[in-house]
Design a protein around this ligand. Sequence first.
Ligand code: ZN
Ligand code: ZN
Length: 102
Amino acid sequence: MLELRPTCEHCNRPLPPSSPDARICSYECTFCARCVDDVLFNVCPNCGGGFAPRPVRPARNWKGDNFLGHDPASTRVKHRPVDPAQHARFATQLRAMPPAER
Ligand SMILES: [Zn+2]
Ligand SMILES: [Zn+2]
């Protein structure tokens, strides 16, 4: 189950569970769409993978207790800003490769 982390790991802006701006890598490193585009170039600074929009967990109990009321979003902030110059070096080769080929 996704943790649904509460903020962008780089800029720390809030990313509530319903946010359409949340992006995650396969390890659920979580960033906002703007940081993924402008700072990370779709390269996760922790694993080198790409990002996808984070699915929204339903707020209401449509079926079988599978909703935020039963499985709430994480409240543990992971704020680990990247050094943009250092990340740009790391991403030099990776950003030119589609995530499916990394
Ligand atoms: Zn951000
Ligand atoms: Zn990652």
